[in-house]
Ligand binder design. Structure first.
Ligand code: MN
Length: 261
């Protein structure tokens, strides 16, 4: 009787193990090749300077009014009102070489030249002293804005989303890895339209430095590998129209040329 019990028990265990193994294989198979009802969205990724590898994008955070002079031109009192965050969808990030299609639903399209920070790790409540450890690299990007829709949103106390988070609204250049290029702490940040300088400032004038920005953002969101942060634009924002050519650059991070089409 005991032998039979043991035998049955062995059979049960064997059976369970077999089922468990099959379930595991099945789960693994599903994870590798899920039966999606539609084609999965493309992975959005950014070029890396000097490499064939690419940086996959998870989330796109943006800093608003992170330069004092721009905060003032936007109607803020920077002594009373700190910078703030908003978000763009990941697929707003495009390769600058593709140009920038003039978006629908606006007649006031604004350029904003910004530094991009890309994270290879993240977390919550990151200490400012540790924040730079999470940075993969830096680059140049544009925070294109439907200014007329933003003004309506501001007047009506509505969200900014449709003025900031539209398709293709963040043309970006390649990322320059910290491992080879170091951290971007200061240096000239500039933007021109049709060869005429419009924005000309320095990264050292950011109100929230990169480590401060990461630390403050990580109190509100859990940051992770693949997140990028557009760190705000200097003063002298302005409008562009189809046919305009925008150039933007940051010392040590190259220059991008974006044609408005
Ligand atoms: Mn901006």
């Amino acid at each position: 009787m005991r032998d039979t019990d043991n035998s049955n028990r062995r059979q049960f265990l064997t059976g369970s193990a077999a089922v468990a193994t099959a379930a595991c294989v099945s789960t693994t198979a599903r994870a590798q090749s899920p039966d999606y009802v539609i084609d999965p969205p493309d992975v959005v990724s950014m070029e890396i300077a000097g490499s064939d590898q690419r940086f996959p994008v998870r989330r796109v955070y943006c800093l608003g009014r992170n330069y004092r002079a721009h905060a003032i031109e936007s109607g803020d009192n920077p002594d009373e009102t700190p910078p703030f965050f908003f978000i763009k969808p990941r697929d707003a990030v495009t390769d600058y070489r593709k140009g920038f299609p003039y978006p629908p639903m606006t007649s006031e399209l604004r350029y904003e030249g910004e530094m991009v920070v890309a994270l290879h790790s993240g977390g919550s409540d990151i200490d400012p002293a540790d924040a730079l450890d999470h940075v993969f690299g830096y680059g140049v990007g544009l925070d294109m804005t439907r200014q007329d829709l933003q003004q309506v949103a501001q007047q009506l106390s509505r969200p900014w989303a449709i003025s900031k988070s539209f398709d293709n609204s963040a043309p970006c250049g390649p990322l320059y890895p910290v491992a080879t290029n170091g951290h971007a702490v200061d240096g000239r940040i500039w933007l021109s339209v049709n060869g005429e300088i419009r924005q000309d400032s320095d990264l050292s004038l950011q109100r929230w430095s990169v480590p401060e920005g990461i630390a403050i953002l990580s109190r509100h969101y859990e940051l992770a590998a693949g997140d990028i942060i557009l760190t705000g634009t200097p003063e002298n924002i302005g409008l562009v129209v189809p046919g305009d050519v925008i150039n933007a650059g940051i010392d040590g991070l190259g220059e991008i040329e974006v044609v408005v089409t």
